[in-house]
Design a protein around this ligand. Structure first.
Ligand code: BG6
Length: 476
C-alpha cells in the first residue's frame, strides 16, 4: 500500500443510508482510516432523511462496519472504531429542500474545526440518479459548488453510476454538474476501474516488452470479454426494468474493459493521457445499426425474469447480451471483440481472453490441435485474480501430440496482504485528486451514443429466453 499525503478535508456523504453507503462506502472509509490512509484530520458528514443526531449516526456507522467490514482479512478493533466514529457527523435533510443545505453549510463551517477541513470538501452522491441535479443545484445555492470554492481550498464531487440512462440524459446531467463544478473536480465512478486486475491491465501491457509487440491484428485472432453472474436481479426488478444489461453493464463495465485491452499506449500516466486513449477506442467502435445489428448482437432474458418482483409480466427487457464489437483502427481492424454479459448464467466470472492466431502449419496431432491449443492470454478479474498463458506442450509419451497447458500468475498468492477493495482504491484516488480511473465527460457521452444506436436498432426485437444457470444463447 502506498502512503500518500492527503490534505485535511471534509467528506460529505449524500445518501448515507443507501445500500452502497451501508455495505461499501462507510466500511471502506473505516478501513482506510485504520490503515492510516486518511489525512491526519478529516470529518465525514452523512446526509440522509432519517431523524438521527451525530450520536445516532455514529451508532449506525458502527453497525455498518461491524456487519460489512472487509479488506486485509483483519477484524474490527474497538479503539480504532472509536476514533473513526468520533469523526462522523450527521445532517438530516430532504435532498429537494434548501433548508438541509443551510444546516450542512453551517456544519461544514463550524468554527470549532480547523480551516482546511472547511475549505477542502469532497461530496459523494450515493443517491438515486434522479436526485443528482437537485442536490447539485442546492449545493450551488448554499455556496458549496465547486466553482464557489475559494482559492485556498479544493472541492470535488463523486457521482455514482448510472450516469444518465441514455445520451440525452447523460448530456443534461453533465450540463448540470458542469455548471456548478469544473470537469477536473468531477469524479464519475465505475467501480470496475477500481478492481486490481482491471488496473493491472495497463501495467501488464505497458511494463512488459514481450506482450505489446503481439497485441494487435497481426497476431491476435479474437478477444472475448465475459461478465457473467450466477444470480438474477434479486430485489432490483424495478431498476432492471428501466435499465437492462445493456445500460447496467455493457455501457460502463463492459466497454471500459474493452477500452483497457484495445487502447494505445498513453503518452504518459496522467489522467488525461490515459483517458484520451480510451476515448479514442470508444470513437473507433464500429457503429451497430439496423443493417448489421442482427449479425453482431443477440439479446436474451432468463426464464422466470417476468415473475420477479416489480417486473412486468410481458417485459421485453434484456438480462443478457452477446455482442461482437469491432474496433476499426490500425491496431485492431478485423479482430472481433466478443462480449457477453448477463444475469442468472452458469457461473459468476469476469474474464478477458485474447486468443492468438494459429501457427502457419500444424505438424502435431490431433488435427484440431490449433484451436485446441491456440495460445491465449486469459485475464481473470473475478472470482480469481489471475493471468494465465495457454500454450501447447507435448503430451508425454511416444507420439508427438500437443496438449494445452497453462502458466498462471495469481495475484493473491504473489501479493499477500496487499489487497484493497475497488471502493477503497477509488475513494483514495478521489481524495488525492487522481482522475485516471474515473470516466470523463466525453467518454460518458460517446459510450451512450454507441449504446443508444444499438438499442434503437433492436427496439422491435424480443429477447431470446434462456434457461437459468445456462451459458446463455450464442451469437452465430
Ligand atoms: C453493478 C450492476 O454496476 O455491477 C449490477 O448494477 C452488477 O447489476 C454489479 O451485479 C457487478 O459488480 P461486481 O463487482 O460484483 O462484478
Amino acid at each position: 500500500m502506498i502512503d500518500q499525503e492527503l490534505d485535511d478535508f471534509t467528506f460529505v456523504l449524500f445518501g448515507a443510508e443507501s445500500d452502497l453507503a451501508r455495505r461499501k462506502l462507510i466500511p471502506s472509509l473505516y478501513q482506510l482510516a485504520r490503515w492510516k490512509q486518511l489525512p491526519e484530520k478529516y470529518r465525514i458528514i452523512g446526509v440522509a432523511r432519517s431523524e438521527l443526531d451525530h450520536q445516532g449516526f455514529r451508532s449506525y456507522a458502527r453497525k455498518c462496519i461491524e456487519e460489512h467490514s472487509f479488506g486485509g482479512g483483519e477484524s474490527v478493533t474497538e479503539p480504532q472504531l472509536e476514533a473513526f466514529c468520533a469523526s462522523l457527523y450527521y445532517i438530516q435533510a430532504d435532498f429537494t429542500e434548501p433548508e438541509g443545505y443551510v444546516s450542512l453549510e453551517k456544519e461544514i463551517h463550524n468554527n470549532s474545526h480547523r480551516n482546511a477541513l472547511c475549505s477542502n470538501l469532497l461530496f459523494y452522491l450515493s443517491i438515486p440518479p434522479i436526485f443528482a441535479p437537485v442536490v447539485i443545484d442546492n449545493l450551488e445555492k448554499a455556496g458549496l459548488g465547486g466553482k464557489n470554492a475559494s482559492c485556498n481550498g479544493w472541492r470535488k464531487i463523486v457521482v455514482e453510476k448510472p450516469f444518465g440512462f441514455d445520451l440525452e440524459s447523460a448530456r443534461s446531467l453533465n450540463a448540470v454538474v458542469g455548471r456548478v463544478f469544473h470537469e477536473e473536480q468531477i469524479y464519475r465512478i465505475d467501480h470496475y476501474l477500481g478492481k486490481e486486475p482491471v488496473q493491472n491491465i495497463l501495467v501488464f501491457r505497458f511494463s512488459n516488452g514481450m506482450f505489446e509487440p503481439l497485441w494487435n491484428r497481426q497476431y491476435i485472432d479474437n478477444v472475448s470479454i465475459t461478465i457473467a453472474e450466477d444470480f438474477g436481479v434479486r430485489t432490483r426488478g424495478a431498476y432492471y426494468e428501466k435499465s437492462g444489461v445493456l445500460r447496467d453493464i455493457i455501457q460502463n463495465h463492459g466497454l471500459q474493459l474493452l477500452a483497457a485491452i484495445a487502447m494505445e499506449p498513453p503518452v504518459d500516466l496522467s489522467a488525461e493521457a490515459v483517458r484520451d486513449e480510451k476515448e479514442k477506442v470508444f470513437r473507433s467502435l464500429r457503429p451497430l445499426t439496423k443493417d448489421n445489428v442482427r449479425e453482431f448482437v443477440l439479446l436474451g432474458q432468463y426464464d422466470g425474469y417476468r415473475d420477479e418482483v416489480d417486473v412486468a409480466p410481458d417485459s421485453t427487457v434484456e438480462t443478457y447480451a452477446a455482442i461482437r464489437w469491432f474496433v476499426d483502427n490500425w491496431r485492431w481492424k478485423g479482430v472481433p471483440f466478443s462480449m457477453k454479459a448477463g444475469k442468472n448464467l452458469a457461473e459468476r466470472v469476469t474474464e478477458i481472453v485474447l486468443t492468438f492466431k494459429c501457427p502457419p502449419q500444424n505438424f502435431f496431432g490431433p488435427p484440431e490441435s490449433c484451436s485446441y491449443t491456440a495460445n491465449q492470454i486469459i485475464i481473470q478479474i473475478q472470482p480469481e485474480e489471475t493471468i494465465a498463458i495457454r500454450f501447447g506442450s507435448k503430451r508425454p509419451g511416444k507420439e508427438l501430440i500437443t496438449d494445452p497447458v497453462y502458466m498462471k500468475f495469481d495475484s493473491r498468492i504473489s501479493f499477500v496482504n496487499e489487497h484493497m477493495t475497488p471502493y477503497q482504491r477509488l475513494l483514495l484516488d478521489a481524495m488525492a485528486g487522481d482522475q485516471m480511473n474515473f470516466i470523463r465527460q466525453d467518454t460518458v457521452e460517446t459510450s451512450w451514443k454507441v449504446i443508444d444506436a444499438l438499442r434503437d436498432a433492436l427496439k422491435d426485437e424480443a429477447p431470446e429466453i434462456y434457461p437459468v444457470h445456462s451459458r446463455g444463447p450464442e451469437l452465430r
